[in-house]
Write a protein that binds this ligand. Structure first.
Ligand code: TYM
Length: 331
């Protein structure tokens, strides 16, 4: 059976980008593949969380994974730092990851631009740790949003390089997976790029946001002064709202507002009201479970202990094989 690996950084609450980009459309994978869903807490250290924040954020992601429908009976849910084998594989892969290619990664360049005072080595080798996450279980499918595509390409590069160096076929190639559709990019509410935590809270709709908070944020989303010519191309901020609608609303609703836009009769207030209500409905099943699961520490502990055990079993086999291939052999 093919193996699937999916990860979310532990930086706190999950937003609609995480949900649609990496969870919602992939729930049925649990029935079809050997799935590992993990919380990337080692990756989150690049931004130096306090110990309290780190722990709270890890818990938050576990709770929301579970609330969103990842089933610990079917998939393995684990915390990255519980499976320290990944750190060993990261070290081996680092020996064949080159400065030039790491510096060229888009995510690295973005981070350098956003935080010029914190260009640490962990940030530079972030894609190597991500490759280690995937290769650790010899996965072939990785459900991710569009923003992670380049990291998947780097994962293939590192895995293939290892195979070439040691003249074997140990690591399979992993591809970004989305059931035959294009990889998804959920836009934010600020009229610019993707929905993302680093773009600020007002830009994100979180799964745990109360309906009133969702309405408030959506009503404040950036718009323009309205179309002036029939059938004109939508500017980014308006297209973004339509893209969000495409995800949470029915196709009739999207068509309705698209027609109004094309006839220059659209009222953005109406569009936003509808969008907010559809977001409230779309997130309700997850939101309603978050509090209940968060209150059950014993259950959470059980889930991650079981997950760590299952993930370690797979990881230990890989590390054993890799050590042998590299030449760390018993005398
Ligand atoms: P992270 O934590 O930034 O995001 C987690 C997942 O959510 C997706 N995502 C989005 N998808 C569509 N639109 C958006 N606006 C949006 N924002 C986030 C991401 O594509 C991702 O799938 N490096 C990864 C975590 C990671 C990982 C891995 C993922 C570490 N190791 C191994 C897969 C396999 C990250 O920072 O994701």
């Amino acid at each position: 059976m093919e193996t699937v690996v999916s990860g979310i950084r532990s930086t706190g609450k999950l937003h609609l980008g995480n949900y649609y980009g990496a969870i919602k459309n992939f729930l049925k994978m649990q029935d079809e593949y050997n799935c590992f869903f993990f919380i990337a807490d080692l990756h989150s250290l690049t931004t130096h969380p306090t110990p309290e924040n780190l722990q709270d954020n890890v818990k938050q992601v576990i709770v929301e994974y579970l609330a969103a429908g990842i089933d610990p009976e079917k998939a393995t849910i684990y915390v990255q730092s519980d499976v320290t084998e990944v750190v060993e594989l990261y070290l081996y892969l680092n020996m064949n990851a080159y400065l030039g290619e790491l510096e060229r990664a888009t995510s690295f360049k973005d981070k350098v631009r956003a935080n010029p005072d914190n260009v640490n080595a962990g940030l530079l080798t972030y894609p190597v740790l991500m490759a280690a996450d995937i290769l650790l279980h010899r996965a072939t499918k990785v459900p991710v949003g569009k923003d992670q595509e380049q990291h998947l390409e780097m994962t293939r590069t590192f895995g293939n390089r290892f195979n070439r160096l040691y003249k074997n076929e140990y690591f399979p190639e992993a591809y970004a997976f989305s059931y035959g559709n294009n990889l998804i990019k959920i836009p934010g509410l600020d009229g610019k790029g993707k929905m993302g935590k680093s773009e600020g809270d007002a830009n994100c709709v979180y799964l745990s946001d109360k309906p009133e908070a969702i309405r408030k944020k959506v009503m404040r989303a950036v718009t323009d002064s309205g179309p002036t010519q029939e059938n004109q191309v939508k500017p980014t901020e308006i297209q973004n709202l339509f893209d969000l609608m495409q995800v949470v609303s029915t196709s009739d609703t999207v068509q309705h507002f698209d027609d109004l836009y094309n006839k220059c009769q659209i009222r953005y207030g109406d569009l936003k009201k509808q969008l907010a209500e559809d977001m409230v409905v779309a997130t309700e099943p997850v939101r309603s479970r978050i509090e209940e699961i968060a209150a059950d520490d014993a259950y959470i502990r059980k889930v991650i202990n079981l997950g760590a055990e299952k993930a370690r079993e797979s990881a230990q086999q890989t590390i054993k094989d890799v050590r042998e291939i590299i030449g760390f052999r018993k005398f």
